[in-house]
Design a binder for this molecule. Structure first.
Ligand code: GLA
Length: 456
C-alpha cells in the first residue's frame, strides 16, 4: 500500500512539474510566485500576437443585446472562425445601465442583458471563447453610460468576478486629465484582480500612446474611429504606419476594428483593408454581423495565410516602404517575418489599374537574393527564383500580397537598429546566415529607438 502511494506521489509530482499550469504546494507558490508580474510593465502574458475576435460596435453600435452576443459566439464557432483564432467576443458601448446601482456598481442594462454578464461569460467560455467588455477612462462612456474614472478598482473587480477576459477602455468625458494619468490606474486595478485581462486602450491616438502605452496596455488605438469607407480606411492605415516601430509582442498599435463585410467598400477594397491590417500587426477584430456574412466576407476574413502573417511570432509591424506614381498611389508595404521571410504587399491606391514594380533594394534585400514568392490570395507559389525586382499588375484599390522566402543569404545585419537585430537573431535559424537590411525612407523602422517619429 505504502509503495503504491509512493508511486502515486511521484507520478503526481512529475505531472505537476512538467505541466504548464502548476497548481503546486504552498512552498512552490512562495518560491515561484508571480504576483508582481505586470507591476512595472504590462507583462501580463497576453498579446504575444495581435488579438483576434469580434467587436459589436462597427455593425451594431448601441443595438446590442445578449441574444446578439450569444448568437455571435455560436456563429464564430460554427463558421470555423474561432478555430482560425477569432476568440474574443467583445461587447462595446451600451451594455450598461444609465446609472450605477445603489451599491455604486455598474450594472448591465436590464432590458437588453436581463440574464447578466456572468451568464453571458459562462456561455461564451463554454464555447471555448473569451468575453470582452467596454468602459471609459472618464465620467461617462461615449454613449453616456457611467465611466470608470475614480471607480477603477471596483469596476475591475466586478469585471473579474464576471469572468471578463478583455477590457476596451475608451476616452470620452475625460475631464481634461492627461491619458498618461487616466489609463494606468485601470492597469493597476486589472492587475490587482489576479485575473488575466487583456487591456485595450482606446485613447484615439490623442497623446501619441505608442510613446507611452506599451507598459500600460496590450494595445492602443492610434487614430480616431474608422468608418466603412475607402477614404477612412486608407487614412487610418497611413496614420497607424507612423508608429510601426513601436509595436511588438505584448503591445500593438491599434488602427481600429475591421469594417470588412459592412457594405461600404468593394470586395477588392475590403481585401486590401484586411491585408494591410494583417501586415501592420493590427488587432483583427471583425466588425460585421458574423451571423449573416456573405461568402466574400467569409473568404476574406478566413484567409489562413493572411492571418498567419498577422500572427507571425516575430511580431514586427510591416510598413509602407515604397511609393510611386501620382500622389504616391502605387505603394508597396512590407515587413520581416520569422524564419527570415518577408511579407510584401503591392497596393494600388490609384483610380486606375496599374503596374507596381519594386526592387529588392526597396524592400531591404540584396539585389542578388533569389526569392520564392507565394501569392497569399491565390494560394499558390508564383515564382521560385525571383531576383532583383518584382512587377505586379494590380486592379484599382486592390492589394496583392506575397510571402517572400529568400533562398540565399543576404548580409548587412550590422547596419540595423539594435532592437530589430535582437528580434531577428532570436528568430534566426542557425543554419542560415541571413541578415535583414532595413529599408530606407519612408519606413519608420529606422526610428525604432527614437522618441520623435513625426519625421518617419
Ligand atoms: C468611441 C470609440 C469607438 C466606440 C464608441 C462607442 O468612439 O472610439 O470605437 O467604442 O466610442 O461609443
Amino acid at each position: 500500500m505504502a509503495a503504491f502511494l509512493g508511486v502515486l506521489l511521484i507520478l503526481s509530482l512529475s505531472l505537476t512539474v512538467s505541466g504548464r499550469q502548476i497548481q503546486g504546494t504552498k512552498r512552490w507558490n512562495e518560491l515561484y510566485h508571480n504576483s508582481m508580474y505586470g507591476k512595472l510593465q504590462l507583462e501580463n502574458g497576453l498579446a504575444r500576437t495581435p488579438q483576434m475576435g469580434w467587436n459589436s460596435w462597427n455593425f451594431f453600435a448601441c443595438a446590442i443585446n445578449e441574444t446578439v452576443i450569444r448568437e455571435t459566439a455560436d456563429a464564430l464557432v460554427s463558421t470555423g472562425l474561432a478555430d482560425l483564432g477569432y476568440v474574443y467576443v467583445n461587447i462595446d458601448d451600451c451594455w450598461s445601465s444609465i446609472i450605477r446601482n445603489s451599491k455604486g456598481d455598474l450594472e448591465p442594462d436590464k432590458t437588453t442583458f436581463p440574464s447578466g454578464i456572468k451568464a453571458l461569460s459562462d456561455y461564451v467560455h463554454a464555447k471555448g471563447l473569451k468575453l470582452g467588455i467596454y468602459s471609459d477612462a472618464g465620467i461617462f462612456t461615449c454613449q453616456v453610460r457611467p465611466g470608470s474614472i475614480g471607480h477603477e478598482n471596483r469596476d475591475a473587480e466586478l469585471f473579474a468576478s464576471w469572468g471578463i477576459d478583455y477590457l476596451k477602455y475608451d476616452n470620452c468625458y475625460n475631464l481634461g486629465i492627461k491619458p498618461e494619468d487616466r489609463y494606468p490606474p485601470m492597469r493597476e486595478a486589472l492587475n490587482a484582480t489576479g485575473r488575466t485581462i487583456f487591456y485595450s486602450l482606446c485613447e484615439w491616438g490623442v497623446d501619441d500612446p505608442a510613446l507611452w502605452a506599451n507598459n500600460v496596455g496590450n494595445s492602443w488605438r492610434t487614430t480616431d474611429d474608422i468608418s466603412d469607407s475607402w477614404r477612412s480606411m486608407t487614412t487610418i492605415a497611413d496614420l497607424n504606419d507612423k508608429w510601426a516601430a513601436y509595436a511588438g509582442p505584448g503591445g500593438w498599435n491599434d488602427p481600429d476594428m475591421l469594417e470588412v463585410g459592412n457594405g461600404g467598400m468593394t470586395y477588392k477594397e475590403y481585401r486590401a483593408h484586411f491585408s494591410i491590417w494583417a501586415l501592420m500587426k493590427a488587432p483583427l477584430l471583425v466588425g460585421c454581423d458574423v451571423r449573416n456574412m456573405t461568402k466574400e466576407t467569409f473568404e476574406i476574413i478566413s484567409n489562413e495565410e493572411v492571418i498567419a502573417i498577422n500572427q507571425d511570432t516575430l511580431g514586427i509591424q510591416g510598413r509602407k516602404v515604397f511609393i510611386d506614381g501620382k500622389d504616391g498611389c502605387r505603394q508597396v508595404w512590407a515587413g520581416p517575418l520569422s524564419e527570415e521571410r518577408l511579407v510584401v504587399a503591392f497596393w494600388n491606391r490609384c483610380t486606375e489599374p496599374t503596374t507596381i514594380e519594386v526592387t529588392w533594394d526597396a524592400i531591404g534585400l540584396e539585389a542578388n537574393v533569389a526569392v520564392t514568392v507565394r501569392d497569399l490570395w491565390k494560394h499558390e507559389t508564383s515564382s521560385k527564383n525571383m531576383v532583383g525586382s518584382m512587377e505586379v499588375t494590380v486592379d484599382t484599390h486592390a492589394c496583392e500580397m506575397y510571402l517572400f522566402t529568400p533562398e540565399v543569404a543576404y548580409e548587412n545585419i550590422e547596419n540595423i537598429p539594435p532592437l530589430l537585430k535582437t528580434y531577428i537573431k532570436s528568430s534566426a535559424k542557425p543554419k542560415r546566415k541571413h541578415g535583414y537590411e532595413v529599408p530606407s525612407e519612408p519606413s519608420s523602422v529606422a526610428k525604432i529607438n527614437s522618441d520623435d517619429p513625426s519625421v518617419a
